[in-house]
Design a protein around this ligand. Structure first.
Ligand code: HEC
Ligand code: HEC
Length: 396
């Protein structure tokens, strides 16, 4: 991990070629930080991209009806029923319950039973035919509640080269710092970075699964209504809308809306405690997982191409210990989670995957497993230095 001081030095070094009049590829440190106001589009989008952002946002807000294929089982009828506060793409008061089965150390996402999401509602047509919401997923061995995460800056997350994540990983803890970090896997074994279990490979895949698992809407990738419905199967005629219920063009627009949402800018602060807190965040070892900045690779959208952004995550899986155990993922044990991005933390009021912590300090003190040493170093600080860390986190 590069310390704060070291990072500043790199920034100075990056200026040297300019001083001497030579040109070279800018290092990530010399790139300006991509960031904006919460819920806004990325700076530097073309007019055509902005148009897709707006059209995608309209679909993100739209309430789908059963005539269009909502359900038969579902959780909500629109994306922004969950991703609401403080702007489209934000968080919400609801949560989603997931169930998985761990059999002989293999994680079964129960896709044969409609997947790991528990659907809390049925459409009126399905109810008339006797269908009930799925409250129990057949065969599940583990349950976890997932609060609604922010989805800001995810186009940049999607554009970080896989090699950059591999470079941050240390699966066998060869540097002996007690922190390993593994790249997640999706259901078909591809490297994955989306979802708290790092179980989805791309933004497009995640949005596809959101239509299916949260809203019961089929797509061309997964046109099978049974997968969207879950078991016990829904009576024939409960959802006669022809598949796929969501056209590829609709899915692509929503994905571009999410792709073009700007990352949240850290707040400026002249509080001296904040800069103490920043240094402590690094020296306590928080930054080993909550890596302050990532840089995207070359991208066809110039607003996403070779951009530095302050995510505060390595997008890797870490074992956080038995107290936080929940469900499994294709590449994640019951106790492994993707490092939660701290970007936009000051806009949140529920913390950890299930929202069990109602304050930041409570969330920090709940870290165990690979983060136990960092937690212990934080817990051993005096009140003022703890306050410095919390004030720094309060600027994110
Ligand atoms: C019923 C509530 C609900 C609805 C409706 C919903 N989501 Fe989500 N969304 C969640 C939850 C819970 C998660 C966290 C899942 C996880 O961590 O595995 C999530 C995660 C995401 C992520 C991944 C975030 C990350 O950091 O990896 C994206 C992208 C996303 N949602 C987009 C959408 C889109 C697009 C829609 C509409 C098609 C939608 N969501 C509808 C609850 C919802
Ligand atoms: C070994 C990796 C690791 C280290 C070290 C670590 N964290 Fe975390 N942190 C995580 C993971 C993983 C989560 C998500 C846990 C969950 O969702 O249940 C998390 C969650 C959080 C959250 C809650 C964010 C939210 O929105 O839910 C905060 C705040 C936080 N960490 C701060 C810190 C601080 C401060 C330190 C240093 C004292 C630290 N972390 C050290 C991996 C780590």
């Amino acid at each position: 991990m590069i310390g704060v001081g070291a990072r500043r030095n790199i920034r100075l070094l990056a200026l040297l070629p300019t001083l001497f009049g030579t040109s070279c590829t800018p290092t990530s440190e010399s790139l300006p930080l991509a960031a904006g106001a919460i819920g806004e589009p990325l700076a530097g989008l073309t007019a055509a991209e902005l148009d897709r952002f707006e059209r995608g946002r309209a679909i993100f807000r739209r309430m789908f009806t059963q005539e269009e294929g909502l359900g038969p089982r579902f959780n909500e009828n629109s994306c922004n029923a969950c991703h609401t506060f403080p702007a489209d793409g934000g968080s919400g008061e609801t949560s989603v319950t997931k169930r998985t089965a761990l059999v002989n150390d293999q994680c079964d996402m129960l896709s044969g039973h409609g997947g790991d999401n528990v659907r809390k509602q049925v459409t009126s047509r399905a109810a008339e035919l006797g269908a009930r919401p799925v409250r129990d997923v057949t065969g599940a061995t583990h349950t976890a509640v997932f609060s609604i995460p922010f989805i800001f800056g995810l186009g940049l997350v999607d554009a970080v080269p896989a090699a950059a994540l591999e470079a941050l990983a240390d699966p066998d803890d060869s540097d002996g710092d007690g922190i390993s970090g593994r790249v997640g896997r999706d259901a078909v074994g591809r490297p994955a970075r989306f979802g708290r279990k790092a179980d989805v490979a791309s933004l497009a895949d995640f949005n596809d699964s959101a239509f299916r698992l949260e809203m019961g809407l089929t797509t061309s990738l997964f046109p099978d209504e049974a997968r969207a419905g879950g078991t016990p199967s829904v009576p024939a005629g409960a959802d006669p809308t022809p598949e796929p219920e969501v056209a590829d063009s609709t899915l692509d627009l929503v994905t571009d809306f999410v792709r073009y949402l700007t990352p949240v800018a850290p707040a400026d602060s002249d509080d001296p405690l904040v800069s103490d807190g920043e240094a402590l965040f690094d020296s306590l070892g928080c930054a080993s997982c909550h890596v302050p900045e990532l840089t995207t690779g070359p991208h066809s959208t110039s607003a996403l191409s070779e951009k530095r952004f302050a995510l505060f995550s390595d997008l890797l899986l870490h074992d956080l210990g038995p107290d936080l155990a929940g469900t499994c993922g294709p590449g994640a044990s019951l106790t492994e989670y993707r490092t939660e991005p701290l970007m936009g933390l000051r806009y949140r009021d529920l913390f950890l995957h299930d929202g069990r912590a109602t304050s930041v300090i409570e969330a920090v003190l709940a870290h165990g497993g690979e983060a136990a040493a960092a937690r212990a170093r934080f817990a051993a600080l005096g009140r003022l230095r703890q306050e410095a860390v919390l004030r720094y986190l309060g600027t994110l």
